[in-house]
Design a protein around this ligand. Structure first.
Ligand SMILES: [Cu+2]
Length: 321
């Protein structure tokens, strides 16, 4: 262990100094880190784990990440040259969910850097100010390095030898942009649009809708000033090809259900777009439901290839003392 500490110290000096300086002392000694170590409860989050070096100079051949309670719907990003595997089981409030993800069979040399990405959802019930930990086991051929230490009562993360990457939970709602719009018994969260390239005639719109009532409702359309028609679409696999079709009867939201519109799944397709959508803009629009009628929402414009809503965390004030 002493030898490892020396090697790690040199590496962190040479390779990670700029990155580490950016983080709090909490993670000063961690070498598998979350690129953005904070996220908002009740929201989607793209967890980017950076792996800046191997084990004792040897190349990394596998990374296993455990998904903590309160973090659900984990979906890993595949990586060329690596094989993905997942374990599932009872997980926090979920009866059946992804509990760990492993990329294996790859080869990441000690002097190269890579990132492993998981899209997750943070439970609304996570306490703002709390930290959730993602234990990581890094394998380099026959060697393993377990970044799994979690502070116990009275300990601070900075004192741990092999700390697990931690994620600080931020409060969900802000006054400037309410996280949830309520319309009758419907709750509408994180409306967003993907930025579009110049000349594009269509734009994708995404949000999540929860039906807290006892009657079903249907999302039948949407509009923004730059594109008067917004149709509800479904993506599906047909003989190995992704196809998109308009849902002529709209999208049903059953009582008690949450329906997510997201890239690769259900979405609103805004057609006859008059000008490009720019990342960072906010755009007022309306959704039309069969029962709840027209509902005003504010779409945030995310990145052109984003798969999760634009960083809700960035607009949330951190209260740190
Ligand atoms: Cu579409």
């Amino acid at each position: 262990m002493q030898q490892f500490r020396t090697v790690a110290g040199k590496l962190s000096g040479a390779l990670c100094a700029a990155v580490l300086a950016f983080f709090t002392p909490l993670s000063a000694e961690a070498h598998v880190l979350l690129e953005t170590p904070r996220a908002t409860s009740g929201h989607a989050f793209k967890a980017v784990f950076s792996v800046p070096h191997g084990c004792h100079g040897m190349a990394t051949t596998a990374i296993k990440i455990e998904i903590p309670d309160g973090v659900s719907g984990a979906k890993p990003m595949p990586k060329p040259g690596w094989t993905l595997s997942k374990t599932k089981g009872a997980h926090g409030a979920e009866a059946e969910d992804v509990t760990s993800i492993t990329w294996s069979g790859g080869n990441l040399p000690n002097d190269e850097y890579d990132e492993f990405v998981i899209s997750v959802h943070l439970a609304e019930t996570l306490t703002p100010g709390a930290t959730v930990y993602f234990p990581v086991v890094q394998t380099c051929g026959g060697e393993t390095m377990a970044w799994t230490d979690v502070p116990q009562a009275g300990q601070i993360a900075g004192d741990l030898k092999m700390p697990a990457p931690g994620l600080l939970v931020l409060a969900g709602a802000t006054l400037q942009s309410p996280a949830i719009v309520t319309a009758g018994s419907l709750e509408i969260a994180t409306p967003w649009l993907r930025a579009t390239p110049n000349g594009a005639k269509v734009a994708g719109g995404y949000l999540s809708i929860t039906n807290k009532g006892s009657e079903p409702d249907r999302l039948i359309g949407a509009a923004i000033p730059l594109a008067p028609k917004g149709a509800v679409h479904e993506m599906s696999m047909d003989n190995g090809t992704m196809r998109m079709r308009e849902l002529n009867d709209g999208l049903e939201i059953k009582p008690g259900e949450t329906v997510e519109l997201k890239p690769g799944g259900y979405h609103i397709m805004f057609e006859d777009l008059r000008q490009p959508l720019k990342q960072g803009d906010t755009i007022e629009g309306t959704l039309t439901f069969a029962k709840a009628g027209k509902v005003d929402v504010t779409f945030k414009v995310g990145g052109i290839a984003d798969t999760v809503p634009p960083a809700a965390a960035e607009s949330t004030h951190m209260h740190m003392h």
